[in-house]
Design a protein around this ligand. Structure first.
Ligand code: FAD
Length: 477
């Protein structure tokens, strides 16, 4: 595999495929493709290729395969584990899917949308909406993240509780293999038990097995009723009990159940323009509850009132507000989605994206909080997340006045503490963000040798030359 700069002839051959306007080599043009939003990784590359067709992607991969040139697929570059960033000091070529951004077909009766992998998530949501349908994947990064990236990270987001993550939202894929061969698996079938599920291998593979170029995505009828409530609760235990009540009462209509700490609400109100604490009372924890119903607007309204009433009577809900307009619903979700960015002005933040069985969340949080405070007195724990999915973003902000770099230098130590507790609960060190470069060396510690060996064999079967996003997920041999 090429680790030194490709020869001028090879560079010229790649340029020939996409045309000079779509082959970036100027350092200023390359710069945005080499850094990620958290600023933890910075890569190097001789060039960024921006193909405009599946055929061009195929020709690029054929040439890369023949010359053993490493290729790093990139969508919207919003990934949190640096899978999309080329390795530092190597000569990986970035393959940007930005220009493959056409919606190929929409079938409202079959409830599917067929799209190029470079389509922006928000554009897919809008296309579904224009056809009176819902594409339910929703993330804070939806204005930039692209479908190929969503699929390759098996993205989760805010509606997993009701609709599942990206794996559940995809029926078929089109993939260019490392050899340049094209696998057309753009099937629109809900039921298809014909051998090994190749689609499921590419979803969540973080670009290490092939380049996704197109997908068949599932749409849903638009809900008729939608209610969002924000409830102050006294403890994580009470939040869990409220979640249990909500699940029984709402069933499939419970679309989201998010947990937020007081500190997170304070951070967002202080740092995010337009966000304010919706209550005039203070509570240790908050639950954001999203209910959407398919039968009528009234049933969602009934459910949200009934839930809060039951919560108050049971002593679980201390105070609550119900959004009365779409604008207010968006504002409550905006506050939730701003939890992570609001930590930035508070200095360094050590982040975790973990999951444990839902019923273990209170004891996991108690143990984790105690261990963090023992190791780092003064640390400001700002753990929040998709409680209904058992997924907590266990983030730690630096102590007030601490040195940011000295704090960040303890990232691995804090990871070991939190991930050690996650292991006790048989949880996951990456609930929705993936492995990439950030968690690659930890993966081998948390998965059994047989699991890692099977992953290596799969990687080798698809990519024997090791050119497909090397050193991501698994260390290259
Ligand atoms: C503000 C913010 C909020 C976020 N919230 C969430 C959240 O709630 N839930 C969640 O799951 N994630 C979240 N993320 C993480 C991120 O947005 C998702 O991982 C997203 O799915 C990545 O899409 P992307 O197009 O930016 O992919 P990139 O960052 O460009 O790439 C991600 C990975 O996919 C690979 N890849 C990209 N395109 C292709 C392709 N066509 N073929 C093969 N491999 C490819 C890359 O090589 C890389 O390994 C958030 C990020 C931000 C910045």
């Amino acid at each position: 595999m090429t680790t030194t700069l490709p020869s001028p002839e090879l560079i010229a051959s790649f340029i020939d495929i996409v045309g000079s306007a779509n082959a970036l080599t100027n350092p200023a043009d390359l710069a945005p493709y080499l850094v990620e939003s958290r600023g933890l990784y910075k890569g190097t590359t001789p060039m960024v290729l921006r193909p405009g067709s599946v055929e061009e992607v195929s020709r690029i991969m054929k040439l890369a395969s023949a010359t053993r040139t490493a290729i790093v697929p990139q969508g919207g570059n919003t990934g949190h584990v640096a899978g999309q960033i080329p390795r530092e000091g190597k000569a990986d070529i970035v393959l940007s899917l930005q220009r493959l951004n056409r919606i190929r077909d929409i079938d409202p009766v079959g409830n599917v949308i067929v799209a190029d992998a470079g389509c922006i998530l928000a554009d897919i949501q809008k296309a579904a909406d224009d056809h009176d349908r819902l594409f339910p994947l929703s993330l804070g990064s939806e204005g930039s993240a692209r479908i190929g990236g969503n699929l390759s990270t098996n993205a989760g987001g805010t509606a997993v509780l009701a609709y599942g993550n990206m794996r559940q939202l995809c029926l078929g894929l089109e993939v260019v293999l490392p050899t340049g061969e094209v696998w057309d698996g753009l099937r629109r079938l809900k039921k298809d038990n014909t051998g090994y599920d190749l689609r499921d291998l590419f979803i969540g593979a973080e670009g290490t097995l092939g380049v996704i170029t197109g997908a068949v995505l599932r749409m849903f009828p638009k809900p008729l009723g939608h209610q969002v409530a924000f409830a102050g609760v006294g403890s994580v235990e009470h939040a869990l009990a409220l979640f249990d009540t909500a699940s029984s009462l709402c069933g499939a209509a419970l679309t989201g159940f998010e947990l937020m700490p007081r500190l997170g609400v304070e951070f967002t109100a202080k740092h995010i323009p337009g966000v304010r604490d919706p209550m005039d009372t203070v509570h240790p924890w908050y639950a954001l509850i999203d209910i959407s119903t398919s039968d009528s607007a009234e049933s969602a309204e009934r459910m949200v009132h009934e839930l809060l009433e039951q919560g108050i009577v049971a002593g679980l809900v201390e105070n609550a507000v119900i959004a009365t307009s779409e604008e207010q619903r968006k504002a409550l979700w905006h506050m939730r989605e701003s939890m992570s960015p609001a930590q930035k002005p508070e200095g360094g933040s050590i982040k975790h994206d973990v999951s444990v069985p839902v019923s273990s969340i209170p004891s996991f949080m108690k143990e984790a909080d105690a261990a963090v405070m023992r190791a780092m007195p003064g640390a400001r724990i700002c753990s929040f997340g998709h409680m209904g999915d058992g997924n907590i973003h266990y983030n730690i902000s630096q102590p007030v006045g601490a040195d940011k770099q000295a704090f960040l230098d303890r990232w691995r130590e804090m990871n070991a503490i939190i991930h050690g507790i996650v292991a006790k609960y048989n949880g996951s060190i990456s609930a929705e963000h993936g492995i990439g470069q950030l968690k690659r060396d930890e993966l081998v510690e948390v998965r059994s040798p047989i699991e890692i060996e099977l992953m290596r064999r799969i990687k080798h079967a698809f990519d024997p030359a090791g050119i497909m996003n090397p050193d991501k997920v698994l260390r290259a041999d």
